[in-house]
Design a protein around this ligand. Structure first.
Ligand SMILES: CC(C)(COP(=O)(O)OP(=O)(O)OC[C@H]1O[C@@H](n2cnc3c(N)ncnc32)[C@H](O)[C@@H]1OP(=O)(O)O)[C@@H](O)C(=O)NCCC(=O)NCCS
Length: 220
């Protein structure tokens, strides 16, 4: 596999099972709450992301096999995606009642509301897209697949009218952070949480000035 030979395309409903498998194989339940909830819940999130008007999923293919994915929502995704997947969430709790005692589940679901920049919630800045997830098949990592997917989001989101994209990455996830730093995404200290750092790609030069965000010294 060479970088130039990796086609990138939009995912559709037909790809949902492959996306689910790739996602499920790449995170432990502790790393990602949807995985804690089970495959059916992960699948529900991809149905929402591939079929909804508010988001899109890009996939990288190697000889017809999906080896990487990245998903972007045109705005905030946590609440709308959770609401869309609520029936599946409730089914998971009924079939696996011990999940109720998982502190991490509730802390992630009810984490603090979106922060404000210049006393305006980020959700109130139209055009601020959010990357929801990115994954590359374990056997294809370190070959530049994710950088291609991340770069493509700028093109797709711009075409959808977005003015910027933000991506929240666990501070400990060095391989992923390197992709955003090398891709020229800007680390934004205002958005960071105790465990997550945010990188922003500005697609409209006026937006950075309008939103008035600072730029951190790159630390990854
Ligand atoms: C993070 C991730 C998407 C990167 O994808 P990728 O296509 O391997 O990206 P790259 O090829 O640019 O490699 C990125 C970094 O991974 C590291 N890396 C290199 N070879 C690797 C390998 N075989 N396995 C894992 N990481 C490797 C390197 O540090 C590399 O940085 P460098 O280019 O400066 O050397 C991928 O590791 C992954 O799917 N991880 C699990 C899910 C995840 O953490 N997703 C991101 C959070 S949303």
């Amino acid at each position: 596999m060479t970088e130039n030979s990796i086609p990138i395309r939009l995912a559709t409903m037909v790809d949902v099972d492959a996306l689910t498998e790739l996602h499920y194989a790449s995170f432990t339940p502790d790393e990602h709450v949807p995985v804690m909830l089970g495959k059916a819940y992960v699948r529900a999130t991809y149905i929402w992301q591939t079929t909804g008007k508010q988001s899109y999923v890009l996939v990288a293919e190697d000889h017809g096999k999906i080896v990487g994915l990245v998903a972007v929502c045109d705005g905030q995704f946590t609440r709308p995606m959770f609401m869309a997947c609520l029936p599946e969430f409730l089914r998971c709790l009924i079939t696996h009642p011990t999940l109720i005692f998982k502190k991490k589940l509730w802390s992630r679901l009810f984490r603090r509301p979106d922060i404000s920049v210049r006393s305006k919630k980020l959700a109130d800045y139209p055009g601020f897209a959010q990357m929801t997830i990115g994954v590359v098949d374990e056997n294809c990592r370190g070959k530049g697949v994710f950088p291609l997917l991340v770069a493509a989001t700028k093109v797709y989101s711009k075409a959808r009218g977005s003015r910027a994209i933000r991506a929240g990455i666990y501070k400990t996830n060095v391989p992923s952070r390197r992709v955003f730093i090398k891709g020229g995404w800007i680390e934004s200290p205002e958005l960071q949480t105790p465990d997550t750092v945010f990188y922003v790609a500005y697609l409209d030069s006026l937006f950075m000035e309008e939103i008035g965000m600072q730029q951190a010294e790159q630390s990854g």
